[in-house]
Design a protein around this ligand. Sequence first.
Ligand code: PLP
Length: 449
Amino acid sequence: MVAMSEQWLEKSKKYLWLPFTQMKDYEENPLVIESGEGIFLKDISGKTYYDGYSSLWLNVHGHRKKEMDEAIRKQLERIAHSTLLGAANIPAIELAEKLIEWTPPNLTRVFYSDSGAESVEIALKMAFQYWHNLGETQKQKFVTLTNGYHGDTVGAISVGSIDIFHTVYHPLMFTSYKAPFPMVYRHPSNDPNVVRDEALAQLEALFEQHHEEIAAMIVEAIVQGAGGMHIMPKGYLKGVEQLCRKYNILLIVDEVATGFGRTGKRFAVEHENVSPDIMTVAKGITGGYLPIAATLTTEAIYEAFYGDYCELKTFFHGHSYTGNQLGCAAALANIALFEKERLIEQVEEKAAFVAEQLATFTELKHVGDVRQLGLMCGIELVRDRETNEPYPWTERIGYQTTLKMRELGMLTRPLGDVIVFMPPLTSAIADLEAMISIMREAIVATTER
Ligand code: PLP
């Protein structure tokens, strides 16, 4: 008789089509998660794994956190969902109030959606229509940074720059101006200030030439996540904000990956005291429990949409599950837990421990760079550490390394040859140490064979 776990593996291969996954890979190495507890995931064979990527950068308090489960159950006793189109609900109101309290003070309005990509679509459409509603219809273009990622929908990929995700879809996309991300790694200068100033000068040149047609600039907040965990040099984001103000361009900051404590602040914009016109949040907003996202804006943007229905100023956007009560209740419980357990205040100490441990990775023969802000880390593997020559991408060294990590009891997903380490924020020091030790062993086993 075929074991139950085998049956699930077979059915997963037969019926599912997994996101961002080559199914041939999956068929060779299938995995079905059965349950989770704290910072561990368990598969159907009973093997447990550290959740080293917070189930794709979302999970904050660990799995099956009592308070989170209870809040969702309690909300279920009232209602699971009613539409937000023309009718508000209490969890959505409470969460909006809380988000406004938590985010930079200039943000005063909350527009809900269900995923990070949608929160970005909304930001783009809002920025575009804002100028349209003001009569400045020539402002239709967006500026984005090279190597950026803002989601996988058509609008979001049109402001994204990771070619492998986009090449096929180019004919579907609108064009955006690309400004260079201030990438310190592999830059001829070792001085982050030089990299910053050079990138800001290039951005200003672009603004000078095209500002009249630019609606907004969109940037990830301090860390470019999917692009390989690259961190902006200090002062760069502030510089972008100043240039946006100077050239009358809206600033959209994407906090989907960095928000809710991940970098050691509630939001990464706080590192530079930046006040975006529009900010997108998702992932950690519900602590990784349910799909809620939000786009926050200033009152000035909101007011540009205010008027008589027939003036066509209305923001024509919204989905069936927008503002879902269960999701909003989960988000409220998540934020209450942050406040009760003072989790963000603990990130600094945990991050310092991780930094100390990861520093030793730079001695490994094939580690080119270690990048970290808070508990958002990337370890870049290279063929030659002296020249930083990458592995040919067809070798898939990052993927092979994470398969080895899986065997050793830890899950994560690589970004090319960058190993992502984004543990739940509740991970104890001993757990962080154990996860780092697995990463080290897997890197050595894969790159020094
Ligand atoms: N924006 C950023 C910065 C992200 O990192 C991501 C996802 O990784 C997204 C947007 C898209 O979020 P989602 O996967 O929830 O659509």
